[in-house]
Ligand binder design. Structure first.
Ligand SMILES: C[S@@+](CC[C@H](N)C(=O)[O-])C[C@H]1O[C@@H](n2cnc3c(N)ncnc32)[C@H](O)[C@@H]1O
Length: 317
C-alpha cells in the first residue's frame, strides 16, 4: 500500500492509523516487523492511534517502547485527511447492537430491565426504539421467522462511512468476525450472535441462567457478528471501492504466510516451532482462519493488485 501511494504521487510519507488500538499492542507488532524488514517504510510511517478508552490510551507509550516517537496522534477519533491506511482489528463487533426479535405480533426490540424485586437484570421485549430499525430490516430484505433474533448495528455503518470520509487517499482494512447478511440473518443464526467473552473464551449461560451480559455487566466483552454486506455497502456509498473480502486464511496465504511457516534463517528450533504453531492457529480453515474475515477498501487508488487481495472475494460461511 505504501509503495502504491508513493509510486503514484511521489510522496513517501504514510499515515498508518490503527482504530480501536487498545494499548497499542498490534501497532507495536506492525512497527517491529516494519523496522526489521522494511526500514524505508518504517521511516515513512506517521502512526495515529484511535481508541475510546482513556486508560488504554494512557498505556500506549509504554507498550510501544522504542516506537513511541512514531506516534503522530493519539485520540478518540480518526484524524481528518489521512493519506495511507486505516486498519482495525475487532472494532466493529464491539460496537453496540440493537437486538431485535420477531414475534407473532411483528418485530420487537429486546430491552434490559430489572425484575420485580429490583434485584436482577432481565430482558424485556418492547417496541422498536427507532423506526429506522424496521426500515433497515425491510429495505435490506432481512426475513426473520417468529422466534428468531437478530442484531442490527447502525453504528458499524456510521463508523465505516466516517472512516472513508476521513480518508483522503488510501486504504481501509478491517479484521472481524462476521458473515454476509444472507448468512447472518438465516436459520443458522436464528438465536442471534450476541455473546460475551472473558479471557478470550465465549461464555455459556447454562440452563435456566440469565445470559452473561445481564449477569455480569461491565465485566466481560460483549460482541455481535458483523454484517459484512452492510459494511461493504456503507464503504461503497461513502466513495470507496471494495478490493477484497476474504477469510483470514486467504488473506494470509495471499501475503505469502505459507512460505514463512518454516521459520526464518538463524531462528532456533523452539522459536521456529512457536512461530509455526502461532501461524497455524491464524491460518487453519474452520478455526480462526475462517471465523475472522478481512475487508479491504480503497479510495482514490484505482484497483491496484495487492498481495493480500490475491484471492479477492473469498469468504466462506
Ligand atoms: C475488542 S477490543 C479490540 C482491541 C484491539 N484492536 C485488539 O485487537 O486487541 C475493542 C476496542 O475498541 C475500542 N472502541 C470501541 N468503540 C470505539 C470507537 N468508536 N472508536 C475507537 N475505539 C473504540 C474499545 O475501547 C476497545 O479497546
Amino acid at each position: 500500500m505504501w509503495r502504491l501511494l508513493r509510486s503514484t504521487d511521489g510522496d513517501a510519507r504514510f499515515d498508518l492509523v490503527e482504530a480501536a488500538a487498545g494499548n497499542g499492542r498490534l501497532a507495536r507488532d506492525v512497527l517491529d516487523a516494519a523496522a526489521a524488514e522494511k526500514p524505508e517504510f518504517y521511516r515513512a510511517i506517521d502512526l495515529h492511534l484511535v481508541e475510546r478508552s482513556r486508560a488504554a490510551r494512557d498505556a500506549q507509550a509504554a507498550t510501544l517502547g522504542p516506537h513511541a516517537g512514531k506516534v503522530a496522534s493519539s485520540g478518540a477519533d480518526i484524524p481528518p485527511a489521512i493519506r495511507g491506511a486505516i486498519f482495525a482489528n475487532e472494532l466493529l463487533d464491539a460496537l453496540p447492537p440493537h437486538v431485535l426479535e420477531m414475534t407473532g405480533d411483528g418485530l420487537r426490540e429486546v430491552y434490559v430491565d430489572v425484575d420485580q424485586q429490583g434485584a436482577d437484570f432481565v430482558e424485556r421485549l418492547g417496541p422498536l426504539s427507532d423506526a429506522r430499525l424496521g426500515t433497515h430490516v425491510d429495505d435490506r430484505n432481512i426475513t426473520l421467522e417468529p422466534g428468531w433474533r437478530a442484531e442490527i448495528v447502525p453504528a458499524a455503518a456510521d463508523w465505516v462511512r466516517q472512516a472513508i470520509g476521513r480518508l483522503e487517499r488510501g486504504f481501509l482494512l478491517l479484521i472481524d468476525y462476521g458473515h454476509e447478511a444472507r448468512e447472518l440473518y438465516s436459520a443458522t443464526h436464528a438465536a442471534g450472535t450476541l455473546a460475551t467473552y472473558r479471557r478470550q473464551r465465549v461464555e455459556d449461560a447454562g440452563d435456566g441462567m440469565p445470559p452473561p451480559w445481564l449477569a455480569a455487566p461491565g465485566e466481560c466483552d460483549i460482541t455481535a457478528h458483523v454484517d459484512l454486506t452492510l459494511v461493504r455497502d456503507a464503504a461503497e456509498e461513502a466513495g470507496a471501492s471494495t478490493l477484497g473480502i476474504l477469510d483470514q486464511t486467504y488473506f494470509l496465504l495471499g501475503l505469502g504466510a505459507a512460505e514463512r511457516v518454516g521459520g526464518d534463517p538463524g531462528e532456533d528450533d523452539v522459536a521456529a516451532l512457536r512461530r509455526r504453531l502461532a501461524l497455524k492457529s491464524l491460518l487453519v480453515p474452520g478455526g480462526l482462519g475462517s471465523t475472522h474475515k478481512v475487508l479491504i477498501f480503497g479510495k482514490q487508488v484505482g484497483t491496484p493488485a495487492l498481495a493480500g487481495c490475491s484471492y479477492r472475494i473469498r469468504a466462506t460461511r
